[in-house]
Design a binder for this molecule. Structure first.
Ligand code: NG6
Ligand code: CA
Length: 498
C-alpha cells in the first residue's frame, strides 16, 4: 500500500513537473527565408505582392523595422545566427561551395547546443550552407561532421544552396535515397569525364537557362554550380522541395509535441533557381521569384496551422527572418527583373543582397508567440547576432553570447531598448550602424555587382548617412558632418579590431 501510494505520488510529481516544464520551456522555431527582402513581405511594404501568412505573424506579433542579418550573403549570416559570433571574425565565413568543410568548430556553443543542454529536442530542416565534413567528403558514406555535431539531434538538409551540387537531401549524415550501385561524386574544380554540362549540352536546360555562373552540371532541366556524377536515385526535384521540407517539419513537431523542441527551419525560397511547385506557378503575376515567395508564405501558414492543430501555438515562440536582402537577377533567366512591375523588394532602402547599403542586411524580422506577445511594431535596432543570447536568457540565464546581446524582453515586446551600434558585412567588407547613423568606410571593390545590378556601397570615399532623415541613403554627409564622421570612423575601427 505504502509502495503504491509512493508510486502514485511519483507519477503525479512527474506529471506536474512535465506540465511545469511545458509552461517554462516554450518551443522555439526560427523560420529563416533565403534572399527575402525587406519589402518582399506585405506587412512591411504593402504593394502588389501579398504574403498573408507572414503578415499573420506580423499582425499577431512584433514587427521589427530595424533588424539586421549580420551579412548581405547567406553563409556568414547563418554562421552568426547559430553562433552569436560576427562573421568577419572567421576568415572562412563566406559563400561556401557545396563540398566545403564545416565552418563552425564543434567546440563552439551553438544555439542548438544551448537548447539541447536544457533538455530540448533540436532539429535543422531545410537549407544549411555552413559546410560539411573536414575537407574531402565521401557522399556515399557518413557525411560529417555537420549539424548533428553542433547540437542538432535531427538534421534534414540541403548541403548548400539550390543552385549548387550535390542536389540531394542529407538526413542525419546520410544522403537520402542513395543506392550503392549508383554512387554520387561531386567536384567543384573539374568535370567528370564524359559528363554533360550546360555548356556542352545546352539542350538539357529544359526548365531554366543560366545568365551568369551556373553553367556546370545540369539536373532537373536546370544548370547548377559545381560538377556532379551519379547518385540518380537521390537527386531532388526542385518543384517538390517545399513539400519535402514541410513534411519533415510536421514529422519533427509531431514526434516532439509532448516535450520542448527547437526547430531551425531554413526555407529555400526565393533563392535561385526559383522553381516553385505548380500550385504557385503564375500566382503572383511576377514570374518565378514572386511565385517562390508565395510558396514560402504558404509554408509559414501551413506551419502555423499545424501548431494550432496540435495545440502548440500558445507554447511556441516563432522568430521569422531572412538571411540577406533581395536580389532579382542572381544568375538565371527567370524574368525576375522583367516581371517585377511595381513591386519593391528592397522597400524604401538602398542596395540589396551583396550590399553594405541598408537593404543588404536590414531584413524582415518578426517575433510571434500567441497569447504571450502583445502585437506591435518595434523600431529598435537588433541583429540576428543577438538571437542566441536572447534564447539563452529565455531558457536559462545570461546576458550575452560571444558578440551577441540578450534582447529577450524586446523580442517579447516588454522593453524597447535595442542596440546602439552594430557592424554589418557584405562580401568581406564591413560598415557601422550607430544610433540613427550609417557609416561606410572607404572600401575597395565594385560599386555595382556585375550582372546582378545591386549597388554594393563600396567606394573609396567614406560615406555617412543620417537614416532618421534619409532612410534611402541618398545624401552623403561625410563632408558636412565632419565631427560625426570622425567619431564613427574611430568607433568603427575600435569595434572591428581583430
Ligand atoms: C553567388 C551565386 C549566386 C548565389 C550566391 C549565394 C554566381 C554567379 N552567383 O556566387 O547565384 O548562389 O552565390 O547566395 O554563381 S547565398 O544567398 O547563398 O549567399
Ligand atoms: Ca541568401
Amino acid at each position: 500500500m505504502k509502495k503504491a501510494l509512493g508510486f502514485l505520488f511519483l507519477v503525479s510529481l512527474l506529471v506536474s513537473c512535465s506540465r511545469e516544464e511545458k509552461t517554462q520551456n516554450p518551443n522555439v522555431i526560427i523560420i529563416y527565408a533565403d534572399d527575402l527582402g525587406y519589402g518582399d513581405v506585405s506587412a512591411y511594404e504593402s504593394g502588389t505582392l501579398h504574403t498573408p501568412n507572414i503578415d499573420r505573424l506580423a499582425a499577431g506579433g512584433i514587427k521589427f523595422t530595424q533588424a539586421y542579418a549580420t551579412s548581405a550573403t547567406c553563409t556568414p549570416s547563418r554562421f552568426s545566427l547559430l553562433t552569436g559570433i560576427y562573421p568577419w571574425r572567421n576568415e572562412r565565413a563566406r559563400v561556401l561551395a557545396g563540398d566545403a568543410p564545416l565552418l563552425i568548430h564543434p567546440d563552439t556553443a551553438t544555439i542548438a547546443d544551448i537548447f539541447k543542454n536544457s533538455g530540448y529536442s533540436t532539429a535543422v530542416i531545410g537549407k544549411w550552407h555552413l559546410g560539411l565534413g573536414e575537407g574531402s567528403i565521401d557522399w556515399n558514406a557518413e557525411v560529417g561532421p555537420g549539424p548533428n555535431d553542433l547540437g542538432f539531434d535531427y538534421s534534414y538538409i540541403m548541403a548548400a544552396t539550390n543552385d549548387r551540387v550535390p542536389t540531394v537531401y542529407v538526413k542525419n549524415k546520410r544522403v537520402e535515397n542513395l543506392r550503392p550501385d549508383d554512387p554520387l561524386y561531386v567536384n567543384y574544380k573539374e568535370n567528370f569525364e564524359g559528363e554533360p554540362t550546360a555548356i556542352s549540352n545546352p539542350e538539357l536546360m529544359t526548365k531554366m537557362k543560366w545568365q551568369h555562373g551556373h553553367n556546370m552540371s545540369v539536373h532537373n532541366g536546370i544548370p547548377r554550380i559545381g560538377f556532379m556524377k551519379g547518385g540518380k536515385s537521390a537527386l531532388w526535384t526542385d518543384e517538390t522541395m517545399y513539400e519535402v521540407f514541410l513534411n519533415e517539419v510536421y514529422g519533427f513537431i509531431h514526434a516532439n509535441r509532448q516535450k520542448p523542441f527547437f526547430l531551425y527551419y531554413g526555407l529555400h525560397e526565393p533563392h535561385v533557381p526559383r522553381v516553385p511547385n505548380e500550385k504557385f506557378v503564375g500566382k503572383s503575376g511576377m514570374g518565378p521569384r514572386g511565385d517562390a515567395i508565395l510558396e514560402a508564405d504558404y509554408c509559414v501558414g501551413q506551419l502555423l496551422d499545424k501548431l494550432e492543430k496540435d495545440g502548440l501555438l500558445e507554447n511556441t515562440l516563432i522568430i521569422f527572418s531572412s538571411d540577406n536582402g533581395p536580389v532579382l537577377n542572381d544568375g538565371y533567366y527567370d524574368d525576375a527583373v522583367e516581371k517585377l512591375g511595381d513591386h519593391t523588394p528592397r522597400g524604401p532602402l538602398r542596395g540589396g543582397k551583396y550590399s553594405l547599403f541598408e537593404a543588404g542586411t536590414r531584413v524582415p524580422f518578426i517575433t510571434y508567440w500567441k497569447g504571450k506577445i502583445n502585437p506591435g511594431t518595434s523600431d529598435e535596432m537588433i541583429s540576428q547576432l543577438d538571437i542566441v543570447a536572447s534564447m539563452k536568457s529565455l531558457i536559462s540565464s545570461g546576458e550575452s553570447h560571444y558578440d551577441g546581446q540578450n534582447f529577450l524582453n524586446m523580442l517579447l515586446g516588454k522593453e524597447q531598448n535595442g542596440r546602439e551600434e552594430l557592424i554589418i558585412q557584405a562580401m568581406g567588407r564591413t560598415a557601422l550602424r550607430w544610433k540613427n547613423w550609417s557609416y561606410l568606410p572607404a572600401n575597395q571593390g565594385p560599386a555595382v555587382v556585375q550582372h546582378v545590378n545591386n549597388e554594393t556601397g563600396f567606394s573609396m570615399e567614406e560615406q555617412l548617412y543620417d537614416l532618421s532623415r534619409d532612410l534611402g541613403q541618398n545624401q552623403n554627409l561625410a563632408e558636412t558632418e565632419s565631427e560625426m564622421l570622425e567619431k564613427l570612423r574611430n568607433r568603427y575601427h575600435e569595434l572591428t579590431k581583430r
